[in-house]
Design a protein around this ligand. Structure first.
Ligand SMILES: Nc1ncnc2c1ncn2[C@@H]1O[C@H](COP(=O)(O)OP(=O)(O)OP(=O)(O)O)[C@@H](O)[C@H]1O
Length: 286
């Protein structure tokens, strides 16, 4: 018997009976802008706010840009955007009938964020969830990303509406979970972990931020937020630890000055292998 063809307009309850696609999950993914060709989309998530997700997103982006890859950052943290400031970028972004052009950071990373579209970057975004989610989708459908090897998505914290939209709408190749060494972390990492698992998105690994502080006088490592349990937690969930970032005042300074393009990535070197591996797998599949 010939297989029935699904159609977005012609399917009826009756015609769906016996159709092999009937029980297949519906994809909510949206199409990218026609001038966008991104090889890998990587989400950077955290179960709670303030763990340094943007810092890790930008550090991963710098790492791959330093290695010669074409990189972009989609700032999906609509109510707390920090990426443009880190790279000293200001709006308004240029646009024409084809779409919106992401400004370039000093190290050629393409960036799109709500702050590059608002007339006043200090004005708060007081929008309801669906409007915010719509904006994030537009960053994919309307922004001309061009040809990129890696697009990092700085997700809003938590597991609410907007992270869900990103998980459903964008073709994520994987996510990186960011955590900090507090006691709460196990529960928080698990939330992000379970969300990714339930959406069938691969977890590339965990980064621990604020891992320690190096005393500028004696060089001793101080565990400001308590001893790290990240290896143990990652082991239990069968995840890779992609790196531990200390509290590094030079990174905070570069970020505050808008000079983050100059930040050298010394801490997330293990992440390179994992991200590079994605590229290798895709090349082999092609
Ligand atoms: N490893 C670090 N060393 C020094 N400063 C850091 C480090 N990580 C983050 N910071 C600083 O801490 C502040 C918060 O970091 P960041 O904006 O990355 O957090 P976030 O998790 O993205 O926040 P939110 O959840 O609100 O989006 C920033 O000022 C950043 O420069």
């Amino acid at each position: 018997m010939a297989e029935k063809q699904c159609s977005s307009s012609g399917c009826t309850k009756e015609s769906c009976e016996g159709c092999p696609s009937k029980n297949k999950p519906t994809s909510f993914q949206v199409a990218s802008n026609e001038y966008t060709k991104v090889k890998h989309v990587i989400g950077v998530v955290s179960g709670k706010g303030g763990v340094g997700k943007s810092m890790v997103t930008a550090s991963l982006a710098n790492l791959m840009a330093e290695k010669g890859y074409r990189v972009g950052i989609l700032d999906a943290d609509i109510t707390g955007p920090s990426i443009p400031k880190m790279y000293g970028l200001h709006g308004p972004a240029q646009a024409d009938d084809n779409g919106i052009y992401p400004p370039l950071a000093e190290n050629d990373i393409k960036v799109m964020s709500i702050n590059l579209l608002m007339p006043d970057e200090e004005a708060p975004v007081i929008w309801r969830g669906p409007v915010i989610s719509g904006m994030v989708k537009q960053f994919w459908t309307d922004v001309i990303w061009g040809e990129l090897d890696y697009l990092f998505v700085d997700m809003p914290p938590g597991t609410g509406d907007v992270p869900l939209t990103v998980f459903q709408s964008l073709p994520l190749d994987g996510i990186v979970i960011v955590s900090s060494p507090q006691d709460l972390v196990q529960m928080i990492v698990k939330k992000a972990y379970h969300m990714a698992k339930s959406m069938n998105v691969p977890i590339l690994g965990i980064v621990e931020n604020y891992s320690y502080l190096v005393c500028p006088d004696c060089g001793k490592k101080i565990s400001v937020f308590g001893e790290s349990h990240i290896e143990e937690i990652a082991g239990k969930m069968d995840l890779k630890v992609l790196g531990k970032m200390p509290i590094d005042p030079s990174l905070a300074e570069l970020s505050d000055k808008g000079d983050f393009a100059k930040a050298e990535n010394k801490y997330l070197t293990d992440a390179f292998e994992v991200l590079h591996q994605l590229d290798r797998v895709k090349k082999e599949e092609a």
